[in-house]
Design a protein around this ligand. Structure first.
Ligand code: SF4
Length: 439
């Protein structure tokens, strides 16, 4: 790469969906011959891909823009916070340009305006899988943008718009490129994965010479043909999810569902404008486990939502006991600027929210720990994430990267990130399992 090659610095904040946007912009930059700088000093300008989901994320985004301005001085802002251009410019009037989320072309136009592209676009060849920000052996696969729901605590639809699915042929092609480049785990993400294709009326598309519907079941079947794990995130418990469980039982895709439920009480769910009554969810979970006993269920919940009474909170704890979910994240409700839930009456005092959060976590921790302990003595295939002199850090089908636990194999084994290996589970703690390779 010549010294004259324009250098773009990049900071990516927020969720995996934002990370996919960053990868797409980076891929375009490389395709046009820009080089990626790994320090502020080395960059001719810096793109900051922001998050604006909750107040803490807004704060972090504004701080990062400030840091980039101090260290480099030439900054283009994109991502969710970019929707609030006035807010960004009122704090940082010196930014070069501000664009909203998934505005790839606008970002590229701003880059071109402030840092012209090199004349020869062939000076750097982009690999077909694009530029990835994740380790080489796993990758996020974004199947749609936006969301048709209007949950009262969430501002995603106002930031990212209504559901916009990618045609199934395009998604499967991207997955194929990723697997060919060494990816061993595909993490399917979107705001609402079960709704995939609804906006396209499940239109058919060409995949490897066959016509496939743009729908989650067909997409999962196609992804299941690759020599890689397929893991589904943000799957809401619609009836159509029932069709995915047999694919999991057949080991076509991982027996894992990341299913944000948010609450169990009908009135709170109604106030949140969420679908799905909890009895139906419990019944469904029971049926799913009959078909696929190894199914791992992860969910997230909000406690202390406006109006939540002690009895409603207790109902949530009872639900946890009944549902026996494997992995659970929980947040104390916090108002997000622009969310309609802010106007709801009976906001729960902060101290009570925190108390409920602690009680919730205590109940779930005992459940999670018990479910991990039950795995001791079992044999399973794990995917290696990292190797040090002391240990091999791996994950099983039950563990998504970043959010779930690990399977830790003690001792120096001749393994590399991306290897699949069979292990026997020998121990557990609150989050992780301990194992030995099966020789
Ligand atoms: S389903 Fe609800 S919480 Fe999820 S992105 Fe859509 S509006 Fe937000």
């Amino acid at each position: 790469m010549s010294k004259q090659t324009p250098q773009v610095g990049f900071v990516s904040l927020g969720c995996p969906k934002n990370l996919v946007d960053s990868e797409r912009i980076l891929t375009q930059l490389r395709a046009e011959g820009y080089d990626i700088a790994y320090s502020y000093e080395g960059a001719d300008l810096v793109v900051v891909n922001t998050c604006g989901f909750i107040d803490a994320a807004v704060e972090e985004s504004l701080e990062t823009i400030g840091e980039a301005l101090n260290e480099n001085g030439r900054v283009i802002v994109t991502g969710c916070l970019g929707v609030k251009e006035d807010e960004v410019r009122s704090v940082h009037p010196g930014v070069l340009a501000v664009t909203g989320p998934h505005a790839y072309e606008e970002v590229m136009r701003a880059v071109h305006a402030h840092l012209p592209a090199p004349h020869d676009p062939y000076i750097s060849l982009v690999p077909p899988q694009g530029v990835k920000l994740t380790p080489r052996h796993y990758a996020y696969l974004k199947i749609s943008e936006g969301c048709n729901h209007r949950c009262t605590f969430c501002i995603i639809p106002s930031l990212r718009g209504d559901l916009l699915s990618r045609p199934v042929g395009e998604v499967v092609k991207e997955a194929e490129n990723l697997v060919n480049s060494g990816v061993r785990e595909l993490l399917v993400v979107s705001q609402d994965t079960s709704a995939y294709g609804v906006d396209l009326k499940y239109r058919t598309d060409l995949v490897g010479g066959c016509l496939l519907k743009t729908r989650l079941k067909e997409l999962s079947q196609a992804l299941g043909e690759f020599q890689a794990w397929t893991r589904l995130h943000y799957v809401y418990p619609y009836p159509s999810v029932d069709d995915l469980i047999p694919l999991m039982a057949e080991e076509l895709i991982l027996p894992y569902l990341d299913m944000p439920l948010q609450h169990a009480n009908r009135d709170i769910l109604k106030a949140m404008q969420r679908p799905a009554a909890s009895e139906k969810v419990l019944e469904r979970i029971r049926r799913w486990r009959e078909i696929c006993p190894d199914l791992t269920l992860r969910s997230t919940f909000i406690v202390g939502f406006p109006g939540e009474t002690e009895a409603q909170f207790q109902e949530l704890l009872n639900f946890l006991e009944e549902a026996q979910l494997d992995r659970v994240g929980c947040f104390a409700y916090s108002p997000v600027e622009g969310a309609t839930a802010n106007a709801l009456p009976d906001q729960v005092p902060e101290s009570l929210k925190q108390e409920r959060l602690a009680r919730f976590m205590a109940v779930q921790e005992a459940i999670s720990q018990e479910r991990l302990t039950a795995k001791i003595g079992r044999k399973m295939i794990v995917l290696v994430d990292g190797v040090t002199e002391e240990a091999v850090i791996a994950r099983s089908a039950a563990d998504a990267p970043e959010i779930d636990g690990n399977v830790i194999i003690a001792g120096g084994w001749d393994l590399e990130p991306g290897d699949f290996v069979e292990v026997e589970i020998t121990g557990s703690d609150t989050h992780d399992l301990y194992a030995e390779p099966v020789l």
